[in-house]
Write a protein that binds this ligand. Structure first.
Ligand code: FAD
Length: 539
C-alpha cells in the first residue's frame, strides 16, 4: 500500500508538490529539512490509507489528487478523474442552492459540511457526506480545497427506515380508537397518542397516566409489583371515572404490558443497561357498560313485573278473603245465637247458616291454596347504593314524565349488608313508587325526591323523602297495617305496599319508620344492621 502510494505520487509530480505544499499546514513548521522526506512519506501514507475519500482540488474544483478510498467510493481510477472537475460526481439531483451555499462558504474561507447526491462511475447513485476545507497560503489566499467524503447511503437508509417505522408506529397508535401511553420507570409519559391527549382535557384529572396508575396500584396491591418484576401484563381492569364537574360518568378498561429497552446513551455503550417501560392502554367502555346496564335493568323489569303480578294476585286473594271474613263472622254469630235458643222452629235456618258457613270456609280454603308463593332468593352481601341506583333507573320513566327532580346523595363507600337483592329492590321500588304517587297527587309546585344513604358503626341508613302531601300524624302507625290506604276509594291501591315493605325490612332485621321531624312531605327512614353474620338462609 505504502509503495503503491509512493509510486503513484512519484509518477504524478504535481501531486507530490501539492502534498508537499500542504504538509507544513498539516504538521506545522517545527520540522526541519532533514525530517522532510520522512514526513512526506508519512503524510502521503496517512492520506493514502485513511478510510475516508479524500480529494484535493485547485480553486476551481479541478481534481489534483485522490486517495484510494476515493477511488473505492466513486469507482473512478486516478487516471480517469485527475484533471476533471468535482462536478463529475454530481448526480444533478442536488438542488442548485446546495452548491451555491457550498461555494459561498468555501469561497469565504470557511469549512463547508453537507450531504450531496453523487453518482458512482457505474452510474449508481450514492449519498455523500462531504466536508470541504479551503487551504490558504501565507498571504491568506485560497490555493486549494480538500474534500473528504463518506458514502452514507446505507446508514441514511437505515436511519430513514427507523424514522419511517417510528412514523408508521405513531400513525398506527394515533389511528387507534384506544388511548395509549408509554410510561417510563419514573412514571413519566414517553409516548402517547391522540386519544390519550384528548383524555387530558376530557377527564380533568391532571396527567391521566398518573391517575390511572394510582387506581391500578391501589386495586392490584402486591400483584402490581409481582407482574412488573416478571414483565407479565394485565388487562380488563375496569374503573368508573367521574369526569368534569361530576357531569359524566365514564368507564375505562385498562390493560398494561411491561417491556425492556436497551439504553442508547453513551453511558450504556460498554455496560449494557436497560430500562423498563409500561405500555398502558385505556379503552372507553362506557357505551358497553351502559348497554349492559340497560340489559340488566330490562331483566330486572321482567323480574319485578313478575313479582308485581304475583303480589297483585296475593293482594287480591287476601283482600277477597278479608272481605269474606266479615259476613262469615256475622253468620257465625247468628249461628251461635240460634244454637243457644235451642229452638226447633229455626232448625232449618240453622242448617242453612251452617251450610253457608261451610261453603264460605271452603271458598276461603280454595282461595288460600291459590295464593302464589313469593319467589325466595339467596342471601348475599348487597350494596344498597347499587340497589337504589337500579331502582331509580327502573323508575326513571315515571320520574322523568312527571318532571320530578331527584336528589341522589349516596354515601360514597357504603358497606354491604346481607340480604336478598330482589326483596330489597321491591322494598325501595315500593317506597319510591309511593313517593312519586304522593308528589303527583299533591300537585304542589315543588316536585322532589331525595334519597340518601349513610352509615355509622352499627347501622346503614337509607332516607327516602318526597315533597308530596305527606301522611298525617294520626295515620302514620296505621299505614303499616294490611288493607289500610290513604288513597281515595276506588284507586287500585290495596293498601298492602307498606305492609310488604315492613315485612321485607323485618326479614333483613332492619327498622322502618316515618320521620316525625319531616315537616314537608314524607320521609321514610330505614335502617339495617351491619355485618349480621347470624342472618343466613333465604328470604
Ligand atoms: P457548477 O457549474 O459546477 O456549479 C454550480 C454553482 O456553484 C455555480 O452556479 C456557482 O454558483 C458555484 N460555483 C461553481 N464553481 C465555483 C467556483 N469555482 N467559485 C465559486 N462558485 C462556484 N459536487 C458534487 O456534486 N459532489 C462532490 O462530491 C463534490 N465534491 C467537491 C469537492 C471539492 C473539494 C470542491 C471544491 C467541490 C466539490 N463539488 C462536488 C462541487 C462541484 O465542484 C460543483 O460545483 C457541483 O458538482 C455542481 O456542479 P455543476 O456542474 O452542476 O455546476
Amino acid at each position: 500500500m505504502k509503495k503503491t502510494a509512493l509510486r503513484f505520487l512519484q509518477t504524478h509530480t504535481n501531486m507530490t508538490s501539492v502534498i508537499g505544499e500542504l504538509a507544513p499546514d498539516l504538521f506545522g513548521e517545527r520540522y526541519t529539512n532533514k525530517d522532510d522526506e520522512m514526513l512526506h512519506s508519512l503524510f502521503i501514507e496517512t492520506v493514502e490509507q485513511v478510510p475516508i475519500a479524500i480529494s484535493i482540488t485547485d480553486k476551481k474544483a479541478k481534481i489534483l489528487y485522490v486517495n484510494e478510498e476515493f477511488c473505492r467510493v466513486t469507482g473512478y481510477r486516478p487516471e480517469d478523474i485527475l484533471g476533471e472537475n468535482e462536478s463529475i460526481l454530481s448526480d444533478k439531483r442536488t438542488p442548485r442552492d446546495a452548491y451555491r451555499d457550498l461555494w459561498r462558504t468555501i469561497s469565504a474561507k470557511k469549512i463547508w459540511r453537507g450531504t450531496l447526491c453523487n453518482r458512482h462511475k457505474s452510474g449508481e447513485r450514492y449519498l455523500s457526506d462531504l466536508t470541504i476545507a479551503p487551504m490558504l497560503n501565507e498571504s491568506g489566499m485560497v490555493t486549494h480545497y480538500i474534500g473528504m467524503h463518506r458514502d452514507i447511503t446505507q446508514s441514511y437508509e437505515s436511519e430513514k427506515k427507523v424514522i419511517n417505522q417510528k412514523l408508521l408506529i405513531e400513525s398506527v397508535i394515533n389511528s387507534s380508537p384506544i388511548a395509549m401511553v408509554v410510561i417510563d420507570d419514573q412514571d413519566r409519559v414517553i409516548l402517547d397518542n391522540h386519544n390519550y391527549k384528548a383524555l387530558v382535557s376530557d377527564l380533568d384529572k391532571g396527567e391521566p397516566a398518573s391517575y390511572f396508575l394510582k387506581l391500578l396500584r391501589d386495586e392490584m396491591g402486591d400483584l402490581w409489583s409481582q407482574l412488573q418484576s416478571k414483565e407479565q401484563g394485565f388487562n380488563h381492569r375496569e374503573f368508573k371515572i367521574e369526569s368534569k364537574g361530576n357531569q359524566k360518568v365514564r368507564w375505562f378498561s385498562c390493560a398494561g404490558n411491561w417491556f425492556v429497552e436497551n439504553e442508547v446513551n453513551a453511558d450504556a455503550f460498554f455496560q449494557n443497561t436497560s430500562k423498563q417501560y409500561l405500555i398502558l392502554t385505556l379503552t372507553d367502555i362506557t357505551r358497553q357498560r351502559r348497554q349492559m346496564e340497560e340489559l340488566h335493568i330490562q331483566t330486572l323489569k321482567t323480574v319485578m313485573s313478575e313479582d308485581e303480578r304475583v303480589r297483585g294476585i296475593r293482594e287480591t286473594l287476601l283482600g277477597a278473603m278479608h272481605q269474606i271474613q266479615m259476613p262469615m263472622n256475622q253468620i257465625r254469630a247468628a249461628e251461635q245465637i240460634l244454637k243457644h235458643k235451642k229452638d226447633d222452629q229455626h232448625a232449618g235456618l240453622l242448617q242453612i247458616l251452617q251450610q253457608i258457613q261451610q261453603s264460605g270456609e271452603e271458598a276461603v280454603a280454595t282461595m288460600q291454596k291459590c295464593i302464589p308463593e313469593i319467589l325466595q332468593t339467596a342471601v348475599i352481601p348487597v350494596n344498597l347504593n347499587q340497589i337504589l341506583h337500579e331502582v331509580l333507573l327502573l323508575s326513571n320513566q315515571r320520574i322523568w314524565s312527571n318532571d320530578i327532580e331527584v336528589h341522589w346523595q349516596p354515601m360514597p363507600t357504603l358497606p354491604s349488608i346481607l340480604g336478598s337483592e330482589n326483596r330489597l329492590r321491591i322494598l325501595f321500588k315500593q317506597l319510591i313508587d309511593n313517593a312519586i304517587d304522593s308528589i303527583c297527587e299533591s300537585n304542589g309546585a315543588e316536585k322532589r325526591i331525595k334519597i340518601t344513604t349513610d352509615t355509622d358503626a352499627d347501622l346503614i341508613y337509607v332516607g327516602i323523602e318526597d315533597s308530596g302531601s305527606g301522611i298525617p300524624v294520626e295515620k302514620r302507625a296505621k299505614v303499616f297495617e294490611p288493607f289500610y290506604t290513604t288513597r281515595p276509594m276506588g284507586s287500585n291501591q290495596a293498601g298492602m305496599g307498606l305492609v310488604m315493605a315492613k315485612e321485607i325490612v323485618n326479614q333483613h332485621q332492619g327498622f322502618i319508620e316515618i320521620d316525625p321531624d319531616c315537616d314537608c312531605g314524607c320521609r321514610f327512614k330505614i335502617s339495617f344492621p351491619l355485618n349480621k353474620q347470624s342472618f343466613k338462609g333465604r328470604v
